[in-house]
Design a protein around this ligand. Sequence first.
Ligand SMILES: [Zn+2]
Ligand SMILES: [Zn+2]
Length: 316
Amino acid sequence: MDEDLRRLPGFAWYTKQPICDNTLDNAQLETRCPLDNGRHSDASVPLRYSAGKLDQLPAELLIHILHQIDIPSLTRFRRVNRRAMELVDSLPYYNVLVKHFPNIIRAIVSIQADSFDCGTLYRTLSTKKCSTCKRFGDYLYLVDCRRVCYFCYTRQPEFFPLTTQQASAFFTSNLKKQRKAATSRQILHAAKPPSVLSLPGRYCTAWGSDGGNLARKRIRLYDRRSVVHSLAEIDLPTLDKTTREPRRFMAIITAPYLLDSGRRVDWGYFCSGCKEKTRHFRIKYTKADLLEHFARYGRVEEMPRIPGRFTHATPI
Ligand SMILES: [Zn+2]
Ligand SMILES: [Zn+2]
């Protein structure tokens, strides 16, 4: 906890919300995708195999190439032999990501999110703002690696991914005249817009741990913005599904932000004063945003007759 914040009177912080949003954070990622990092790095055992032609490249170029490989492929390459493992583990970005965000790596590998590389993930995690509003984006949308806040991923059309059937329908309408021989699914497959393969499980907001909508099958989910954009400005449909739509939650995971060139991470803070007053307990702040919030609405103090409850005092 940051000392500047700890010193504020009456400030209470929360790392857990009172409700469960059932995103990838709740998808048993540690069991599904146990990372072996560090387990096979015994330096006393000599390396038996090289990484093939890659080993002939200058180290700088090799690091540059490996940083540009998507993460599911990079982890597959890492499994080839001990030399490949040593190479991947020596990548500065990969190292920071596995150390601070193991669950995000697990999620990316589990849902086969392969539209971005290590460098993109590192750079995105070094930012704070939601990609579509001014709030702190405390989640990542893993179909194409964008920061997003709760309010945007449950409401904005672009964070509502399309199924294969829906995505291929966009390709049929525009391209069938030119490529009669190819089916819309084949054209979609060839175009390869960003997509993920969902995990079975419970999604959507629930007050109990067993709540949420159960999805039994894995489904491929396509980035709506990429599919629509690639077909020359077809308007997004008006959407009626928000917080009760499982597809909006299937590629979402909590994402703290990187500080000090990857040495520290910060998970963000809820405001205990607003939590009681407006029930906007989902708004998370960065340290700077929270101090600004206190300057505008007053510091948080314990309510006089209700111990354990907090509210904003008069603005400073
Ligand atoms: Zn937002
Ligand atoms: Zn507040």
